[in-house]
Write a protein that binds this ligand. Structure first.
Ligand SMILES: CC(C)(COP(=O)(O)OP(=O)(O)OC[C@H]1O[C@@H](n2cnc3c(N)ncnc32)[C@H](O)[C@@H]1OP(=O)(O)O)[C@@H](O)C(=O)NCCC(=O)NCCS
Length: 171
């Protein structure tokens, strides 16, 4: 096993990331505030190629916007969601390479869908590249269905699929 610290362990956070975590459960999820923008940027940089990584400033700004919330997973994962009226939109989702395949993204998606439903969303949408087979496998397993396609959407000219997850009537 690598002794290299996880990216999420380099930045301060409250509560602190669990650097020894290998399994996931809901107790490892916590709500992000603008004070977590630095650690969110570190996790995002580890999860995405450099040209797709979001800065600390972007996370800080997003988390100040009405209807936007974020969740962190102590093993090294994040999700950012915007809710407007009865629709939620997943703005970004990423898990550090060391924490993958342990259910982190599943926990983040399920919890954020519950929170979005509690805010009035009856469905949650996201866009994903047709080339991102790993993410598509994840979303299909969670229960997302394809409801649209945007041609040449990404900088590499790949199409985006629009996926939808019904969250039920607002509680
Ligand atoms: C996509 C991503 C978020 C998945 O995170 P994760 O925590 O590893 O996902 P989970 O452990 O919850 O996986 C749940 C299911 O998704 C599918 N899945 C996840 N990773 C997979 C892989 N590498 N290959 C095939 N299926 C995969 C499997 O069905 C998996 O269930 P299983 O492990 O019981 O077989 C992560 O790989 C990542 O951050 N990738 C880079 C950023 C990205 O693409 N984000 C999404 C942009 S839309």
């Amino acid at each position: 096993m690598s002794t290299r610290p996880k990216p999420g362990c380099r930045a301060s956070a409250h509560p602190p990331p669990d650097c020894n975590a290998t399994v996931t459960d809901e107790t490892k999820l916590y709500r992000a505030t603008p004070a977590h923008a630095e650690i969110m940027a570190a996790i995002h940089a580890a999860a995405f190629p450099a040209h797709d990584a979001w800065s600390q400033a972007v996370f800080g700004q997003q988390l100040e916007l009405p209807g936007v919330f974020g969740l962190l997973h102590a093993s090294g994962g994040l999700i950012l969601v915007r809710v407007a009226a009865d629709e939620g939109e997943i703005l970004t989702l990423g898990v550090t390479p060391e924490a993958r395949r342990g259910g982190v993204a599943t926990a983040l998606l399920r919890k954020s869908a519950m929170i979005a439903a509690g805010m009035g969303a009856t469905a949650v949408f996201l866009e994903v590249s047709v080339a991102n087979s790993v993410a598509l496998a994840l979303y299909t397993r969670i229960g997302f269905a394809t409801v649209g396609r945007r041609r040449d959407y990404y900088s590499d000219r790949s199409d985006a699929l629009v996926l939808r997850l019904d969250t039920g009537e607002p509680g």
